[in-house]
Design a protein around this ligand. Structure first.
Ligand code: ABU
Length: 382
């Protein structure tokens, strides 16, 4: 064994040394299935559409992803890339069938790095069931090169029809935004609780504490699983009632350095859940407004990818280059801001944070929340 690789990352802000950056090759708009149907906004042009994305958009996205990878390398960060497979092929398991897969632009959705472990998440989209295969060559390499790396896989979900509420959002009429917000406030989502389902991007890592968003892509059973699996951590359930399509915490609540987070002003963390931050002297600042009124064409994500940034260390952050308001705010918050053109890649699965996954950040597992407050923890720690 050679020690070329160190796998270790406990948070999103310590100095970044090694990262995976996704690729857009062969990416598809997936066909209709319960979890996807609920994520695509009712007025989206993507409704009813599926298949490979136009080649010129793939090329434009890859150009920006390659540029981002080069930029990170120029800042001394080692960058690895996934091995895309042909996503435009049907998938069948004993429990379900779907006619195409998705892609590997957003490694953050599937790979959860906690300390020496990288875990493939049990995602609720059937089209994403085999996405971990794009990262298999890297995991295998890290396993050979770092003798302490823990290569993990959460229980593979079955994703039968029992995993989803029937006709969620599809009653006599498509759910309005107001009805959707009511369901979100009641924490009633398309997924049921028959098995753990989560996207890694719903987990905000803060040393000893993991804050997990309950939403369309992550259920309560997953949080219980995460607490049992990471038994030395404290797992907290958080939710953001202002978001009609709540998936992934990284366009909603984003840590910039120890003691400072930005929160989407349209998706405020409820007062009860903010208490733990206040008691431990964390400041929560409203994020700046996005620079754009709409996401780019054929994009699943909201305009709030504006705040989906990659922190390189406590003083340095990568922000999408057209997001002038977010860049200005980060600057005022004392960060060196690196503008990164990435908007052409948004449609392929997200922004600057989404298209990366941590392999190694310096630092160790700190306790940033020594004062625990009842209300968010899955299981109070003695
Ligand atoms: N993957 C992050 C998407 C979040 C949003 O659409 O706001």
């Amino acid at each position: 064994m050679t020690q070329d690789t160190i796998v270790s990352s406990w948070n999103d802000f310590d100095p970044l040394k090694h990262v995976i950056v996704g690729r857009a090759d062969h990416c598809c708009v997936p066909p209709s299935e319960p979890a996807v149907d609920d994520k695509v906004p009712v007025d989206s042009k993507m409704k009813g559409m599926w298949g490979p994305r136009p080649l010129e958009t793939v090329e434009a996205a890859n150009e920006q992803l390659d540029g981002f990878a080069k930029l990170l390398e120029s800042r001394g960060v080692r960058v690895d890339r996934p091995s895309p497979i042909q996503w435009n092929q049907s998938v069948q398991t004993p429990d379900f069938q779907t006619s195409s897969m998705f892609g590997c632009m957003p490694p953050r959705d599937v790979l959860l790095t906690v300390g020496k472990e990288i875990l493939s998440a049990p995602m609720s989209f059937r089209c994403r069931y085999f996405e971990y295969l794009a990262y298999w060559p890297l995991m295998e390499q890290y396993f050979r090169e770092d003798p302490t790396f823990r290569w993990e896989q959460a229980p593979r979900p079955r994703l039968t029809d029992e995993s989803y509420r029937p006709n969620y959002g599809m009653g006599k009429h498509a759910m309005t935004i107001e009805e959707r917000l009511e369901k979100v406030a009641a924490k009633e989502f398309v997924t049921t609780e028959v098995e753990p389902m989560f996207d890694a991007a719903d987990v905000m890592r803060m040393g000893k504490d993991l804050f997990v968003q309950h939403g369309l892509t992550t259920n309560r059973t997953a949080m219980e699983w995460l607490q049992r699996h990471f038994h030395d951590h404290r797992v907290h359930a958080v939710n953001f009632p202002g978001d009609p399509y709540p998936i992934h915490i990284d366009a909603t609540f984003v840590p910039l350095r120890p003691g400072l987070c930005i929160n989407n002003p349209h998706r405020k963390m409820p007062e009860e859940q903010r208490k733990i931050f206040a008691k431990n002297d964390w400041e929560i600042v409203d994020a700046a407004m996005p620079a754009h009124d709409n996401p780019p064409p054929l994009c699943y994500s909201s305009t709030w990818l504006s705040m989906n940034c990659l922190v390189l260390d406590h003083n340095t952050v990568c922000v999408e280059a057209s997001e002038v308001h977010q860049m200005e705010q980060m600057d005022k918050l004392g960060m060196e801001v690196i503008p990164v053109p990435l908007r052409d890649a948004y449609a392929f699965g997200g922004g600057i944070h989404c298209c990366t996954a941590d392999v190694y950040r310096e630092g160790s597992c700190e306790d940033y929340f020594p004062v625990q407050v009842p209300g968010t923890q899955i299981r109070p720690v003695e």
